[in-house]
Design a protein around this ligand. Structure first.
Ligand code: ZN
Length: 504
């Protein structure tokens, strides 16, 4: 290690990051005037003394919290700190420790409030596209196969593989779900995850289901690490699921795509439960496919109760980094905390925040394993949700609790009932004003508690405000200001390959 590199490392790995990596940072213990002054001065010193990292990165890790808007980040930080018995408001997460940040405009080609397929496509291909389409340009209308086949967009993974970088995708959703699929698939309908999901006409016109694109497509077939849920789309209906006696595969065409993948990768490992995953040897297995559930993996809050056992997101990230980093050319890894979004749709803040914390632990794991002088780490969200942090709760009030200025003195609404700090603008937790249940009579911190909302909808919706992208490491300094979501692609491409190359 060069002298210069040592000097850079010492200054630019923020103190908060080191603390976050050790045991979780308790950023503020002294709440006197002098304590705040010292905290501010120390932060200023760190900012002034930070030295830019190299512009070019060998490796890139993109963390996407699906639906992880700014209110989720704030509530998730307080949740993470409070669950460790610390001051939640001033707690610093691993994501908070990253050096650079920008606001990101998330609208899609045709929607003010976007879905995950179009937003993940923007990040992965550098082009905004139509909602619910994946990896195809805005020229292709929803479900228009011929147009989709005529307008595929090369993804960052495509370019990285052509430059002999190793590639990996890790998610807690089905591996064929919108965000992971944006790295390797092209389809005018994000729901075409298996052949059973597709109309006959689409198959006739030459569209391939997303699971087949993962195993047989030009990018999918070259992925080195694939970890997530979604087993059913890879197994025929006639096959029993290995984990659940009452479930079968979901394919109608009789194909066993796991077997196809294994034949194509004889020195690779296929795993579907935690102990198999733990036995994977990064030095012996060249590639890894892990499908831990027929559908999405468990929420972090429920993971311990999974019958066959599932690895945590942080454990999957550790194995992925260990396997991918054997490639001397470097690697590109996408990691999705995919179920933050699902818990929000259910109006269930507890699970959303627990999954946000799990994603943060995965970021901390990555920061521990990589050298930021050759690796760019990015955390962002595809879109936000309608979660609101409101009322005037006192500092230290439980983030999942009812609003109280001081413990035991609840603030009452006009209907003389308590209300929770967290609520949603819409969703399944909607209550009529006259019959609003008093949250003071329930355990609002319970894992199944559904926050109250205003507009009744069976599923809470995405939010349209900007999200944040944060980054540390090689090439991170280009993340600043307010950017379009598809600009992320160009910044990452620049960090990996520089501007002089002809890219496409
Ligand atoms: Zn969603």
């Amino acid at each position: 290690m060069s002298k210069r590199r040592l000097a850079v490392s010492a200054w630019s790995l923020p103190l908060a990051c080191l603390l976050a990596l050790s045991s979780g940072a308790d950023a503020q213990t002294d709440r006197s005037s002098e304590g705040y002054r010292q905290q501010g001065e120390a932060a200023l010193t760190r900012l002034k003394n930070s030295t830019p990292r190299p512009a070019r990165a060998r490796n890139v890790i993109i963390f996407i919290g699906d639906g992880m808007g700014v209110s989720t980040l704030t509530a998730g930080r307080i949740f993470a700190g409070q669950s460790l018995g610390r001051d939640g408001e001033s707690y610093e997460t691993a994501m908070d420790s990253l050096d650079h940040a920008a606001l990101v405009k998330t609208y899609s080609h045709d929607a003010q409030v976007a879905d995950s397929a179009s937003t993940a496509t923007a990040i992965m291909t550098g082009v905004k596209t139509r909602s619910r389409t994946l990896g195809v340009g805005p020229e292709a209308a929803f479900e228009d196969c011929p147009a989709a086949l005529a307008h595929p967009l090369p993804s960052l993974f495509d370019i990285a593989q052509q430059r002999r970088r190793a590639t990996g995708v890790v998610t807690t959703t089905r591996i064929t779900h919108a965000t992971p699929a944006a790295t390797y698939a092209h389809t005018p309908q994000r729901d075409w995850e298996s052949d059973t999901d597709m109309p006959e006409a689409a198959r006739r016109e030459g569209c391939l289901d997303i699971a087949r694109q993962l195993v047989e497509g030009p990018v999918g077939a070259r992925l080195d690490v694939i970890l997530g849920g979604g087993r059913a789309a890879f197994l025929p209906r006639t096959r029993k699921d290995p984990e659940y006696a009452d479930k079968t595969g979901g394919r109608s065409d009789g194909r066993d795509l796991v077997q196809v993948w294994q034949r194509a990768n004889p020195k690779a490992a296929f795993v579907w439960k935690r102990d198999q995953f733990a036995a994977v040897d990064p030095d012996r297995h060249t590639r890894l496919l892990g499908l831990f559930e027929p559908s999405h993996m468990q929420y972090e809050a429920d993971r311990a109760r999974d019958g066959a056992g599932e690895p945590s997101l942080a454990e999957m990230v550790e194995t992925a980094i260990r396997m991918l980093s054997r490639n001397p050319q470097g690697y590109v890894l996408m990691v999705e905390g995919g179920r933050i979004d699902h818990a929000h749709h259910a109006g269930n803040a507890h699970r959303a925040l627990a999954d946000t914390k799990a994603l943060d632990e995965a970021v901390a794991t990555a920061l521990r394993l990589v050298d930021l002088d050759d690796t760019l780490i990015i955390t962002t969200a595809d879109h936000s949700h309608t979660l609101s942090i409101s009322g005037y709760p006192g500092r230290g009030n439980p983030i999942l609790g009812t609003v109280a200025h001081t413990p035991g003195t609840p603030v009452l609404a006009k209907d003389k009932k308590a209300y929770t700090t967290l609520s949603y603008a819409n969703g399944p937790g909607a209550v009529s004003a006259s019959e609003r249940p008093d949250p003071a009579t329930t355990d609002t911190g319970a894992v199944d508690y559904r926050q109250q909302s205003l507009i009744p909808l069976s599923s809470e919706t995405h939010g349209g405000e900007d999200v944040v992208v944060r980054a540390s490491g090689a090439g991170a300094q280009l993340f600043r200001g307010t950017i379009e979501q598809h600009t992320i692609f160009y910044i990452v491409r620049e960090a990996l390959f520089g501007a002089s190359d002809n890219h496409q």
